[in-house]
Design a protein around this ligand. Structure first.
Ligand SMILES: [Zn+2]
Length: 268
């Protein structure tokens, strides 16, 4: 979503729809962010937070230069009406970022099983169907699709709410060594055997975006904070180190966790 956020000028408004604790840092854009969710976040820290239902957005027509819907559509009870509302409040020449899980993946199955549904009320199986539904509802043209990988950071003990679900014990207990091993093994398997064990979902870009959007899957996703960083960026910032023979690691630029480093390849 950084490609969109970086293009917004001071004074522009960006809607962070279904923001939870915030889909992006305040410093990621010069625009003013309006965080919108059903429930108030644990910390507000001077942010503009509006509470409400995505199917009835309390904003004027075309007021947002950008809308960010980061893993929120799967939670919306009234999806069709919510998409219509996104189309209403976004400027006709605005930019839209949407990410959703692929309900056919191992990662999404694990998430739903562990969290007993995890609040996911909508399941998406086809990127083409998601694109068609959003284009129809918003009138914005599709620009790019990026495949998203997971590091199962939702299993990380640091991120699990207390008391931790007992089912976590069957998934390595959420210890970072187990996530590190899984992340490395799943990437290697997907690259060699063309399986989809590391894939989580898709990110879609719509509307007027002038920046180039790299569509290769970001395989380097942090096991602690869940943020993905392109391999080229990690190398430029000298965050990649040798570890064991044939095994490299990188330090996450966001949270400093140690992660397995994987060269990027196109996954489906
Ligand atoms: Zn991190």
């Amino acid at each position: 979503m950084d490609e969109i956020l970086k293009e917004l000028p001071p004074g522009a408004l960006v809607l962070d729809l279904g923001s939870a604790q915030g889909s992006f840092a305040r410093g990621a854009t010069l625009a003013t962010a309006i965080r919108f969710d059903l429930e108030a976040p644990a910390r507000i820290d001077g942010e503009i937070v509006v509470l409400g239902d995505a199917a009835y957005l309390p904003f004027a027509d075309g007021v947002f230069q950008a809308v960010i819907s980061n893993h929120s559509l799967e939670h919306f009870e009234n999806l069709e009406r919510s998409l219509g509302e996104i189309g209403r409040v976004i400027h006709p020449r605005g930019a839209l970022f949407v990410s959703v899980p692929d309900a056919s993946t191992l990662t999404d199955h694990l998430y739903r099983w562990l969290a007993r549904g995890g609040g996911h009320v909508n399941a998406f199986f086809s990127p083409e169907e998601v694109i068609r539904a959003i284009e129809r509802a918003t009138g914005l043209g599709h620009v790019a699709t990026k495949t998203l990988c997971s590091s199962l950071s939702f299993l990380n003990r640091r991120n699990s709410p207390l008391p931790r679900p007992r089912r976590l014990l069957l998934l390595g207990g959420g210890f970072e060594w187990s996530l590190l091993l899984y992340t490395w093994a799943s990437r290697r398997m997907d690259c060699l055997l063309h399986t989809r064990t590391s894939i989580y979902g898709w990110a879609f870009y719509f509307g007027e975006i002038s920046s180039h959007i790299p569509t290769a899957a970001s395989l380097n996703v942090c096991i602690q904070c869940g943020s993905g960083t392109p391999a080229a960026t990690l190398k430029e910032r000298r965050l990649v180190r040798s570890w064991l023979p044939g095994f490299r690691r990188y330090t996450c630029p966001g949270c400093c966790a140690t992660n397995p480093f994987i060269e990027e390849k196109n996954l489906r």
